[in-house]
Every structure is written in structure tokens, then in C-alpha cells.
Design a protein around this ligand. Sequence first.
Ligand SMILES: C[S@@+](CC[C@H](N)C(=O)[O-])C[C@H]1O[C@@H](n2cnc3c(N)ncnc32)[C@H](O)[C@@H]1O
Length: 212
Amino acid sequence: MSDDVPELSADTLAALAAFRAEQEASLTNENASISEDWQLSQFWYNDDTSRKLVREGITTALKNVQNSEIPYIGCVSSPTLVRFFHETEEYKSGKFHLRLFEYDDRFGLKFPDEFVHFDYKSPTVLPPELVGKFDVIIADPPFLAAECLIKTAHSVRLLGKPDVKIVLCTGAIMEDYAARLLAMHRTEFEPKHANNLANDFACFANYQTFTL
Ligand SMILES: C[S@@+](CC[C@H](N)C(=O)[O-])C[C@H]1O[C@@H](n2cnc3c(N)ncnc32)[C@H](O)[C@@H]1O
């Protein structure tokens, strides 16, 4: 071995192998969480917030169901929720369809049945068969910027049925934009994260929520 190349000890190599195995397992094990990538503005909900958002999504979808149609629920940039939807009896008994619109392809490995690659910067690039399908959408755009909310709102509108019920979790400072873009009001519910966030976070809806 050349003098210039540092050699890793057996312990370090073993630790690296264990780390890699853990990362791979987190992609395929439904219950293992995927590490937050702050470059992608990833801040995961805590379990209680996830369960409350999921309960609202299911209650709303089933209350508004027309005839015997199975409703569609969409998660836009809110990948944590999928695992919690999977936990519910309603999911297990096929009471709703679920899709995840998300930029981070790691979630495609974790949730292959629900995952749709989505980039808010290309708001109209959506699978044509899903346009106009959704009864309920829960969105949590990555950035607290008008451009991000305007484009995400455009996708949400395209994906939703004309009377789509929308829940938006984002910074409280986005309240005016949420009202103007999606006719939303602030709810009393305060979403919480697994790792505390400095920002004042809020939950908005374009309808009278049932459980939040
Ligand atoms: C603030 S986090 C919301 C996550 C949510 N709190 C959860 O626990 O599921 C923003 C989300 O937007 C996603 N994201 C990042 N860049 C994106 C892009 N260009 N288009 C769409 N989503 C993006 C991130 O991967 C992340 O899932």
C-alpha cells in the first residue's frame, strides 16, 4: 500500500459496513425512518402529528365519498404520512386509494405502490391518469417561499377534483398566500416535528376540518 493512501482500520470498515446496511434497511423497512436531508428541506412530523393528519384525511375522504366510488387521498411532499395511512384499518380494508407525490426517490423504494416522482418546479408534470382524481390532498411544500407555494398549489389544483379538500402544513408566515391561492384558513392544529423546528408552523384548510 502506498504511503499516501490512508488505511482504514478493521473497526472503521466494520462501522462503515454497518452504517450502509442500516441505510439500506431504512429504505425497505416500512417502519424504519429515512434520514432527513436538509438540502431537500426535510423535516419529518412526529408520530402524533402524523396520526392526526392521517385521521383527518381519512375522515374527510370517507365523509365526502360519492356513490360507491373509492376516494383518492394524495400526499404532496409529505412522505411521512404514508406509513401512518398504511397502519389504518381503512387502508387495510381498501377504503381509499393513496398516492405520494415526492421529489426524494428514496421513498420510491420504500413505498413503490404509492410513489409518484414530483418536482414542484414542474407543476404540470403529473401522470395524466391522476389529474382531477383526488378528493383529499395533504401538502407540505419544501420551502417557505411564494414561488414554491404558488407552484405546489398549481399541482394540487390540477390533481384535485373541483371540490377537493386540501390540508396544507407550512410556516405561519405563508398565511396570506394560502388564503389567496387556495382559499384557505388557519386551523387550530399545530403540526409538530420529530426534531424541533425554529419556525412557527401552522396548518391550513380550504374546508371546515372534522378532527383538526
Ligand atoms: C418540509 S418537508 C415536509 C415533510 C413532512 N413534514 C413529512 O414529515 O412528511 C418538505 C418535503 O418536500 C420534499 N421536496 C424537496 N424538494 C422538492 C421538490 N423540488 N419538489 C417537491 N418536493 C420536494 C422533501 O423531500 C420533503 O419531503
